[in-house]
Design a protein. Structure first.
Length: 190
C-alpha cells in the first residue's frame, strides 16, 4: 500500500494520492485500506517514518565512513543529497513539500525517526566543533543552519529553480558547506 502511494505520487504528485487510488492500485477495496490506515494522512505519516528510517541508515553509513569530523559532515551532506534524489517522493513527504505537512519539529508528537535523524546530525556537529575548537553557545543553531543550507539547495534543485539543475547544484552544495564550516571555524568568539 505504501509502495502504491509512492508510485501514485511519483506519477501524479502527492495531491493525487487518495485512499481510493491506493485501493485501485493494489486491487482491493477502499474499506480494506481503512483496515490498515485510518486516512490518507496516516498513509503519509507511515511514509514519513519510512523515509526517515531510510535516511538515518544512509546518514549512519556516512557518519561511520571517516574519522575526520569535517569529512564526516561532508559525507553526511552527500548522503542526504543522494537520498533526496534517489527517493524524491519520500523526501517531499518528509519535508512538507507538495502540500504534505505534519507539524513542527520538537513537538511531543514528532516521530522518533525524525528525532534520530536530528540527533545523528547533532552528534556529527558536536564532534566537528570539538575538533576545531569552535566556540558557539548553541549547537542547535549550527545543526539547523547546516540543515537549512542542505534542504534549501535540494528543494531549489528539485524544482529546477537553479540553472544547471541537480548536476550543478550538488557540487555547489558541497563547496558552500565547506565555506560555511570554514567561516564558522574562523570567526571570532562573540
Amino acid at each position: 500500500m505504501l509502495a502504491a502511494a509512492r508510485a501514485i505520487a511519483a506519477e501524479e504528485g502527492w495531491q493525487a494520492v487518495t485512499t481510493r487510488k491506493v485501493a485501485e492500485r493494489v486491487e482491493c477495496s477502499q474499506p480494506t485500506i481503512y483496515g490498515y490506515f485510518e486516512s490518507k494522512e496516516a498513509i503519509l505519516l507511515a511514509l514519513l517514518r519510512q523515509g526517515y528510517e531510510q535516511l538515518v541508515v544512509v546518514m549512519r553509513e556516512a557518519f561511520a565512513s571517516t574519522d575526520d569530523p569535517e569529512e564526516r559532515l561532508l559525507a553526511m551532506t552527500d548522503a542526504y543529497w543522494d537520498f533526496a534524489f534517489r527517493s524524491p517522493e519520500l523526501y517531499q513527504v518528509m519535508h512538507g513539500l507538495a502540500g504534505v505537512s505534519f507539524g513542527k519539529y520538537g513537538h511531543p508528537e514528532t516521530p522518533v525517526e525524525i528525532k534520530q535523524s536530528f540527533s545523528l546530525a547533532r552528534e556529527a556537529m558536536v564532534q566537528w566543533v570539538e575538533a576545531r575548537g569552535v566556540e558557539r553557545a548553541d549547537l542547535t543553531d549550527l545543526v539547523e543552519a547546516r540543515r537549512g543550507l542542505i534542504h534549501g539547495l535540494i528543494t531549489l534543485a528539485m524544482s529546477r529553480r537553479i540553472a544547471g539543475g541537480p548536476e550543478r547544484v550538488k557540487p555547489l552544495l558541497r563547496e558552500t558547506m565547506k565555506d560555511l564550516l570554514f567561516a564558522w571555524s574562523h570567526r571570532s568568539p562573540e
